[in-house]
Write a protein that binds this ligand. Sequence first.
Ligand code: CA
Ligand code: CA
Length: 217
Amino acid sequence: MKGIRILWLLAIGLMFTIGPLAADQTPTPTCGDLDNSDSIDLSDAIHLFEYIFGQQPPLPDPSVADVNCDGKIDISDVTYLLAYIFYGGAEPCADCPPENSTQIVGTLTLAAGQSGDLAGTKVYIYKTVTDWNLFNPTMSVVAVGSGSTVTYLIDSVSPGTWFLDAWKSDSGWNFWTSGDIVGWYGSGSLGAPSLSAFSVTPGETKVINVDNMTVIP
Ligand SMILES: [Ca+2]
Ligand SMILES: [Ca+2]
């Protein structure tokens, strides 16, 4: 693990010396090629690191970033990439389920009259409304992009019935607080949100858009 830590320092150092990568990138199907350069190298790990910490343009394609195929885009994917690049670790997405992975994808959009930046908003899925009330999500991802509309992709979802909400919080509390931006799939209002269940079948890419993102006054 010591080697990994050294590589972290190297990656962080390069992050500040290389600077932002090109912003006009197009989608790529190559898992792990975060910067769409047709190769997988340290710059991809840096790109992913910067993305996770909010310093990078949107990923060209969220599906290439979940290199360890656990349905989330986080630091463990950077570690996985570094292990592959420097230590002969498993290839990006080597253990991913074959195509037709069950997914939930969609957009989050600010409600009419709302203003704010949805960058960094998290999307959560829950098995029951009780889980939602207790903030006990089964899976979560960070949406990609910024501004009034962002996109998300939750991969490797278990088929079944789900509830979904989206939440950008700066407070660290496990409940909605003033200034948070929240939305949910369903009906109702901020004071009385009503989540609707939806079902996902095996191999389906379920589209769930949330268009009621609202800033809590
Ligand atoms: Ca690359
Ligand atoms: Ca991952």
